[in-house]
Design a protein around this ligand. Structure first.
Ligand code: AHR
Length: 518
């Protein structure tokens, strides 16, 4: 059996895990909102039409904040369409997803829904096709107490108290040719700066997130960040980036797809380097943080698309599952396999390794559209395979990440030679526990994993949860909803003491330790 010795030291802290890294994202896209969050007449619908079965799974995931309303959608969206009496709201063509938006669920409904779920809303403003003035009016509608046109309109619409929405994205993926109203970096920076000024005049307490670069293959990658950061540095708190990993038709292959965590690591380091470069060059004291406000595995099964490079110059996404201009079509409804869940588990490990700079992260998305939760219109609800690694990091990944190194054999990947296990340790001072999340990438062998937990004191291994299986293509379905679920491996007394356990081949593991004395 192969061996891994893993050293983690409590005295060397990487950073506190901001709870907001377990956030998610809902967009007016396909059935995310309609028949995902909202379905009046459904047996599970409450008095406002919100699906209680969806709410209960989101609560189970422990999601603290949800980004809204897009995504590409936001760049075509006029938020004023989505408020006031429902019968007066217009049907509009959403150019981003070639769908019809009925506006039956809008801004006020989202805030009401968020309150019911107990999550914090995070808003994006349209800096593509809309104006900086509209962005200011939106903040006024949401956050101003009253006595002005837009705040009084909110009150008239039944919401006396201001929403006090704190986190605001200055547009979405503005670097991309697919974005309605796409701009080059200089023009985006100018528009974002003017929007930021107005939004902050309305409410100085808000936090602003600039739309950074996301896609390595775009010629503007990172130059975009350098340019916009130079212009916007004093006006923003975060820069956003997005990261999706795909294995469409197995074009990447199991080994390299599973190793996507390494590409995310490179990507986050690159974003951080751009931030550090501008900070050093301009001698600014303030540190801007990273907001990874879209991340996931996404195989683009529904889009005519082969590889990420196809994004260059792209202006339209052609769907295979719907004709243009349907209302809430069933698009981008990925069915996630065990392999996808393992890959997502690996990405989650990387995310936690970067908590010193990544302070917000949103799994994209939450319901139906590339999501861990799938609903049936008029029917039931399903936890996809990817539900589980996200649930487990959200449940056991809170606290502080400590430094660690691993001594283990390597494997070859498109990213070079990598250790066969990838791991991260989170120390939770509140309940005197620690969790090691570890991916065993070895496809042939189990790995004996010995944890050396320096300065943790007297520690015992108390729980071993594993996600693995014989069939990497296995998926959860409404007929067989438990095809891919984690299992618990009983911890033997000897393992508890020696902190040595066996990681099954090709598995994602949560090892939980009790700190008996410090
Ligand atoms: O999450 C789906 C889409 O992916 C979002 O609308 C966009 O921001 C990204 O390209």
């Amino acid at each position: 059996m192969k061996r891994a010795e893993y050293f983690a030291d409590k005295e060397f802290k990487v950073g506190d895990v901001d709870d907001k890294v377990f956030s998610s994202f809902t967009e007016h896209l396909g059935r995310c909102i309609y028949s995902g969050l909202y379905e009046p007449g459904h047996p599970e619908a409450d008095d406002q039409g919100f699906r209680k079965d969806t709410i209960s799974l989101i609560k189970e995931l422990g999601v603290p904040m949800v980004r809204y309303p897009g995504g590409n959608f936001v760049s075509c969206f006029d938020w004023t369409d989505s408020i006031g009496p429902k019968e007066n709201r217009p049907h509009r063509m959403d150019y981003a997803w070639a769908s019809i938006e009925t506006n039956e669920f809008g801004l006020d409904e989202f805030v009401d829904w968020a309150k019911k779920v107990g999550i914090e809303p995070m808003m994006a403003v349209n800096l593509g096709t809309d104006s900086i003035r509209s962005a200011g009016y939106l903040v006024e509608y949401c956050n101003h107490p009253g006595g002005t046109y837009w705040s009084d309109l909110r009150i008239k619409n039944g919401h006396k108290e201001p929403y006090n929405i704190k986190y605001w994205c200055l547009g979405n993926e503005m670097e991309g040719s697919w974005q309605a109203g796409h701009l080059d970096a200089k023009d985006y920076a100018k528009k974002a700066l003017e929007a930021a000024k107005i939004m902050r005049w309305v409410d100085p307490s808000i936090k602003l997130i600039a739309s950074g670069s996301s896609y390595e293959m775009l010629p503007s990658y990172l130059d975009w960040d350098r340019t916009i950061l130079t212009e916007l540095y004093d006006h923003i708190d975060y820069i956003s980036t997005h990261a999706y990993y795909m294995n469409k038709n197995n074009c990447v292959g199991t080994t390299d797809y599973l190793a996507s965590y390494k590409q995310l690591d490179t990507h986050l380091k690159a974003t951080q380097t751009a931030l550090d470069f501008v900070q050093a060059k301009t001698a600014k004291k303030k540190t801007i943080q990273i907001c990874l406000d879209e991340w996931n595995v996404w195989n683009f099964t529904d889009i005519v698309f082969n590889k990420m490079e196809d994004l260059i110059g792209m202006t339209t996404f052609k769907m295979t599952s719907a004709e243009p201009w349907e209302i809430a079509p069933s698009i981008l409804e990925e069915q996630y396999s065990l392999l996808d869940a393992l890959t997502l588990g690996g990405l989650a490990i990387t995310l936690l390794q970067h908590v010193d700079r990544v302070k917000i992260a949103c799994l994209a998305q939450l319901v139906n559209v590339i999501a861990p939760i799938t609903t049936k219109k008029g029917g039931g609800i399903l936890k996809q395979s990817t539900f589980y690694p996200f649930l487990l990091i959200s449940k056991y990944g809170r606290g502080e990440v400590v430094k660690s190194v691993v001594r283990t054999p390597q494997y070859d990947s498109v990213y070079g030679s990598l250790p066969i296990v990838e791991a991260v340790t989170v120390f939770n001072k509140e309940d005197d526990t620690a969790a090691i999340f570890v991916l065993n990438c070895d496809q042939q062998d189990d790995v004996e994993f010995k944890a050396e937990l320096s300065h943790f004191g007297n520690v015992t291994l108390m729980q071993h949860i594993v996600l693995d299986g014989a069939d990497l293509e296995a998926i959860n379905t409404f007929e067989n909803p438990e095809n891919v679920v984690p299992r618990e491996i009983p911890v033997q007394a000897e393992e508890a003491k020696s902190l040595t356990t066996v990681l099954p081949k090709l598995s994602w593991n949560v090892l939980r330790y009790k700190i008996n004395e410090r």
